[in-house]
Structure formats: structure tokens, C-alpha cells
Design a protein around this ligand. Structure first.
Ligand code: KG4
Length: 338
């Protein structure tokens, strides 16, 4: 414990992970504790009511461990940051209510954080004080379960969305393909694992839409119809070719993601690039993203695996920027789903 430092606690509860982190005013992450909810696996997707109940059970123990791991007590905190939205309303309300009441008990301010901005600012979470962080502006490809966006990040509070999906997100597309293959939810990590043993044998039709926007609904339908036709010819097609199917799906999604991102990169001529969000854990996407950065002589930032999916450390980074700018929230605010 350094008496010259200031510490914030951050809470993330937007979906099915209850997470708490402690960060100091140099953006050094002192703890990042996450309780994942296994209860949803049997339903093939997140059940909102079960998620809220699990958050209620998890939040106090998770915060307690986060404070202990950071080597501080609640009395050393200067503020509490929390995810206000977007996400599942019932899940968010648990984090919002906890942050408000804890801040009242400690007489410290609260800081509301947008979940997507937190993903984009995850690159500022430091595990080591000398760790390099991006310089503004940087171009960020945000790919999570529900969002696919190309964002020009001019500063911590000025982000311009250059392109976004007009229908499904990349993560949803991968999860849907995984469901057709009868893989457990969420399917992304399973597709990634199986693809390593396969090769690209199928090509799917992709949507062509203008500008930097994405559309994944055509690809999703094409995957469905292609596999349906293959199964008509051979009922064991999926079982016998699962690695190649996973590899083909992964290739199609990564290709789509990077072709639009490259277009935006050329147009903006920005020289620092980053990926963020759950799908940024994908090994092919990481590999190709680094190659793209090399091709355009960019400085490339790839998040640590623990900062790709939902986590409170990224909420702490976003919260720390706001803390330094004295951007505090009032108690009358509430969670928002969208
Ligand atoms: O950012 P995130 O944790 O949740 C949202 O806030 O949406 O992202 C979850 C998404 C899921 O679609 C999951 O299948 C995907 O990230 N994902 C992956 C991998 N790991 C997680 N997709 C592809 N490859 C992976 N290794």
C-alpha cells in the first residue's frame, strides 16, 4: 500500500460475468477478479433472470477478494466505477445498486462507464508500470458478442464510430455456427480450437455493403444453408468434417472483419491499431491483425486474453480517465440496456 496513491474500485456486471478490479492512479491493475456463471451452459445462451440472481450472490465475495488481492481495504478507495450499460438490465442493476450504496457508505464518488468504451480502453490497463499503451488517435476494431464496430479513438472521451454492423455481430455469427455444430455456449472458443486442426474447405456468401459498415446476416444464413445441403447428401457430414467447418467459418468471419478494417485504415492513415472485445481472443484474428499492422507499418495492440472478455479491469481504466477529469456521476442515474 502506497500512501501517495489513489485507488478506484471497478465493477462489471453487464452480462454473465461478475467482476471487480482495483486500479491505482498510474493505471496499474492491482486485482481483477471474475466469477463466471456456469448456470447458462445448459440453456445454450444467457438467461437474464438467472444472471441477475447469480450477480447478487457473487458481487460481495468478488469485491471482497478484489480488495484483498490488491492489498488495500475499502477505506483506501477514492471512487467506485461501474458499468452502467449497455447490457442486460437486471444484471446491470445489481452492479449499479451495489456501487451506489457502497459509495454512500464510504462517502466517495461514483463514476459511470459505458461497457463498449471500456472494451476500447482496455489497452490502458497496466500489469506492469512500464507497459506500453496506445497513443491517440488509434483505430480500434471492437468485436464482442453483440457488437462489431470500427472506432477512431481520438481521446479517452472522443470516440468516432466509423462503421458498425447493421444486423448481427461477428460473435453472434460464430456462436450461431457453433450451435449448428452442437458445440457448447459460447461457441467462439470451441470454433477457435477445432479450426486449428482443420482447413478451409467451404466458402460462404458474404454481404457487400458500402462504407465501413458490416453485415453478418447473409453469412449466417449461408452457413446454415450450406450445412443443411451437405447434411442432405451425407447425414454424418458435420460429425466427419467438424474441424474443416470450424476453420471455414472462422476464415469467413475474420476475412469480413479485416477487409473493412483495412479499408478504414487506409482511408484514415492512422498508425496505431488495436482490437478489443471477446472475439479478439480468436487466434486467427490476432495473427491476421498483427500481419495487417505490419503491412501498414502500424503500432499494433492486442489485449491480454483476460482483458478480451468482460472484465472489471477495463472498466477501471475507463473509470480512471474519468476520475482524473473529475467526471463523476450523480446518484439519480440508472442502468441502461442499450
Ligand atoms: O465481449 P464479450 O465477452 O461479450 C460481450 O460483451 O458481448 O464477447 C463474447 C463473444 C462470444 O460471442 C464468444 O463466442 C466470443 O466472444 N469469443 C470468441 C473467442 N473467445 C470468445 N470468438 C472466437 N474465438 C475465440 N477464441
Amino acid at each position: 500500500m502506497n500512501m501517495d496513491k489513489q485507488y478506484i474500485l471497478a465493477i462489471e456486471s453487464s452480462c454473465d460475468d461478475t467482476s471487480a478490479a482495483v486500479m491505482d492512479n498510474d493505471f496499474l491493475c492491482l486485482s481483477n477478479v471474475t466469477a463466471s456463471q456456469k448456470v447458462h451452459q445448459q440453456y445454450g445462451g444467457v438467461v437474464p433472470e438467472l444472471a441477475s440472481r447469480a450477480h447478487q450472490q457473487n458481487i460481495i465475495p468478488v469485491v471482497d477478494v478484489a480488495l484483498k488481492n490488491a492489498g488495500i481495504t475499502k477505506n483506501h478507495l477514492s471512487a467506485i466505477a461501474f458499468t452502467r450499460g449497455p447490457g442486460l438490465l437486471g444484471s446491470l442493476l445489481v452492479g449499479v445498486s451495489f456501487a451506489k450504496s457502497f459509495s454512500q457508505a464510504l462517502s466517495i464518488p461514483i463514476i459511470d462507464v459505458n461497457h463498449l468504451e471500456a472494451h476500447v480502453l482496455a489497452h490502458f490497463v497496466k500489469d506492469d508500470i512500464n507497459q506500453e499503451v496506445p497513443c491517440f488517435p488509434y483505430l480500434c476494431l471492437l468485436v464482442s458478442g453483440g457488437n462489431t464496430q470500427i472506432i477512431e479513438v481520438d481521446s479517452s472521451n472522443k470516440m468516432i464510430v466509423l462503421g458498425k454492423t447493421i444486423d448481427d455481430a461477428a460473435g453472434e455469427t460464430i456462436d450461431k455456427a457453433a450451435k449448428i455444430l452442437s458445440l457448447p455456449y459460447p461457441g467462439g472458443p470451441h470454433i477457435d480450437r477445432l479450426a486449428k486442426e482443420g482447413k478451409v474447405t467451404l466458402s460462404f456468401s458474404k454481404s457487400h455493403i458500402p462504407n465501413y459498415d458490416y453485415s453478418f446476416s447473409g453469412l449466417k444464413t449461408s452457413i446454415l444453408y450450406t450445412l443443411r445441403d451437405k447434411l442432405k447428401e451425407d447425414e454424418n457430414y458435420i460429425k466427419d468434417n467438424i474441424n474443416d467447418i470450424a476453420c471455414s467459418v472462422q476464415e469467413a468471419v475474420v476475412d469480413t472483419l479485416l477487409s473493412k478494417f483495412e479499408k478504414a485504415l487506409k482511408a484514415t492513415n492512422i498508425k496505431t491499431i488495436a482490437i478489443a472485445g471477446g472475439v479478439s481472443a480468436n487466434s486467427l484474428l490476432r495473427e491476421r491483425f498483427v500481419a495487417l499492422g505490419n503491412k501498414y507499418h502500424c503500432k499494433t495492440f492486442i489485449p491480454k486474453f483476460s482483458y478480451t472478455t468482460d472484465n472489471a479491469a477495463m472498466v477501471a481504466a475507463c473509470g480512471m480517465f474519468k476520475f482524473k477529469n473529475n467526471e463523476f456521476s450523480t446518484l439519480d442515474l440508472t442502468a441502461y440496456a442499450r
